[in-house]
Design a protein around this ligand. Sequence first.
Ligand code: ADE
Ligand code: ZN
Length: 326
Amino acid sequence: DCLPALLRAMPKAELHMHIEGSLEPELIFALAQRNGVQLPYADVEALRAAYAFTDLQSFLDIYYAGASVLLQEQDFYDMAMAYLQRAAADHVVRAEIFFDPQTHTERGVAMETVIHGLARACKDAQAQWGISAGLILSFLRHLSEEAAFDTLHAALPYREHFIGIGLDSSEVGNPPEKFARVFEQCKALGFHLVAHAGEEGPPAYVWSALNVLQVQRIDHGVQSEKDWDLMQRLADTRMPLTVCPLSNQKLCVFPDLRDHNLPRMLAAGLNVTVNSDDPAYFGGYVNENYLQVFAATGMGAEQAYQLARNSLEATFASPEQQALWV
Ligand code: ADE
Ligand code: ZN
């Protein structure tokens, strides 16, 4: 059976991953040691044992604790290089990477430290492994719109280093409308726009990400299946959905991968893609997401090609950049 080989080897883009979610337990402990940060876990095994999630919030609490070891520019660089090397090995030719500056600036880390470390890794990874990467600054939706505006203004001196704006963290109770004005300003500034919507939240949040925030991709979007008019709109506009199968399984959105709606959404003509979300926490990088969702749902080579093609078409890379991958 050559399907696993095809899934591994086909060139693909990864459009939904949080760089802080690529911190492996070993690197968390190494950085804690380097920076003299005390962790509430005895060792790597104890930390890994805490990775038993029941929903999005139970994961976010541990994810923000893990990110507390990041202090110096070199820490952000090392984290991103580790991910990019791993992605290149999975035949990712283009990665669009979320980072959450508020997780770091709230601890007193300078915006410049975060962005320069990540941007230097993107540049070096391109030179070393030929992988193309772009950064997407994401606002934490559990914080205020004012905090998002402050974050945007703090990041603007470094705007040459990021291509887009995203919205993540605790979804339910923090609808897209909360960030209408800051997204309007980001659009006027020329940034690409995306938002997490319909991960745990209702189809109404996907509608407002589209109609109020005017995003160009929906991150997750799996709850859209509950609203037939929304499915029609997503199909008609070929709106990309960055779906993360192992994340959905580990956060109990679809506790059994066999029940995942990715094959149904693909068959309904939606522009779905496969991504890893937080690979160090959810049990696999992007190829593992392809392998496991294909094995569980019985999709075949035709769907593999379609998903890879979708991912490459849904990037924000310019045609000039795209010409460098082929
Ligand atoms: N931050 C990191 N991973 C996330 C996810 N899956 N949903 C919302 N916010 C996140
Ligand atoms: Zn995510």
